[in-house]
Design a protein around this ligand. Sequence first.
Ligand code: C5P
Length: 403
Amino acid sequence: MFLLNKNIVLGVTGGIAAYKSAELVRRLKDQGANVRVVMTTGGKAFITPLTLQAVSGNPVSDSLLDPEAEAAMGHIELAKWADLVLIAPATANTIAKIAAGMADNLLTTICLATAAPIAIAPAMNQQMWHANATQANMQLINALGIDVWGPGAGEQACGDVGFGRMIEPGEIVQHCGDFFAEPIKTLSGQHWVITAGPTREAIDPVRYISNHSSGKMGFAIASAASKAGAEVTVISGPVNLATPDNCARVDVQSAEQMHQQALALAENATVFVACAAVADYRVADIKEQKIKKSADVMSIELVKNPDIVADVAKLTQKPFTVGFAAETQDVEHYAKGKLAKKNLDMIAANNVATQGQGFNSDDNALTIYWTDGSKELPLTNKMELATQLVASINERMHDDKRS
Ligand code: C5P
C-alpha cells in the first residue's frame, strides 16, 4: 500500500486512452490512495462519470460553474485537498492550456489553484505529439516543474505507429509510488560543511574586490547533501540565494572570516567541500575613510589570503576534503596539481572558459579526480550535477575507508 492516505485528484481529458482511467482509479485505490476524479467535456465523451464515480467511491467533478458541485467540494477545496494532481490521459489541448496558465475549465483551474505537484501522462496521435506547438508546450511544462510520465510508443487507436500512447495504468501507479517514496537517507549521521559564493575584500568603507561567483553550485551541493540525509552547514560569501531547506548557514564577507569559520566547523565535519571562489589576495591596508580621487594612476598593495581548503586538509581530524578547480586551460593538469599540493581527497574541475557552464550559470559539467582515478559528470543543471557529485563523494569516502 505505497499510496496509503495520499489524496490524488485524477484529471481525465478527452483521449481514447480515457477508457483505461477506470482501471487506473482502481489500481490507485488498491495502493491506498483516495481518488477524486475531475473530467473535462472531452473526457466525458470517452467514459462516463458514473463509471468513475463507482470505481473511485467519490462524486466526479466536471464543472467550474455548477453551484451545487462548488458548494459540495469547490475548485479551491479540491486544489487544497490534493497531494498530487495527476492528469491521465492528458491531451495536447489540455497540455497547451496548462502550459499557457489558462483556467477555462475545472481541471485547468485546479492546476493553477493547487500548491500540490502536478504530473501528466500525455496521450495523443503521434503527429500531434511531434507537432512543433506541442513540443514547445512540453518545454514550458518541463520549465513549470510538472512531471511528465510517458508517452509510450507503439500502435495507436487511429492506426498510426509512434510516440503518443498513454503509458499503462500499472506504470502510472508505479510512477506515483516513486513520486511519494521517501528518499533513502544515505548520508544520515554525516556532517557536511560547504563553502560557497565569492568573498569580498574591502578596499575602503565603500569599495571591495570580488568575483562573479553566484554561489549556486555550493548551495546546490548543500541542498543535495541535506536531501540525502546529512546535517549541512553552508559558509557563504555574499550571494543572492535562499538557504536550502534544513541547512544551517553562516554568512561571511572576507576570506579571513571564511577561513576562521571553516576551520572551526571543519573539526567536527565528515566532509568539507570548498566550493567558494575565495579571493587569492586581500588589501594590505584597508582605509578607514573613503579613498579620494586624485592621481591618474593609483596602486593598491595586496597580500595573500590563507588557503582555506589547504588548511582544513592539514587538520589532525581531517574531514574528507573536496576542492574545486575552475580553470580556463589545461584543466586536468592544474586540477591534479591542486589535488596533490593541497592534500585533498578529491577535486572537482570545470572549464570556466566554456560558454553556458560554471560561473553565474545554471548549468555545469565537472570532472572529478582523486589520487588514482577520475570520473566525468556531464553538462546538466547544477542541482542534478550536485546530486551526482554528493553521491560520488560518499562513494569515494567509503572506498577510501575500505582500502
Ligand atoms: O583558487 P584555487 O584555484 O586554488 O581554488 C581551488 C580550491 O581551493 C577551491 O576549492 C577553493 O574553494 C579553495 N580555496 C580556498 N581558499 C583560498 C583559495 C582557494 O579554500 N584562499
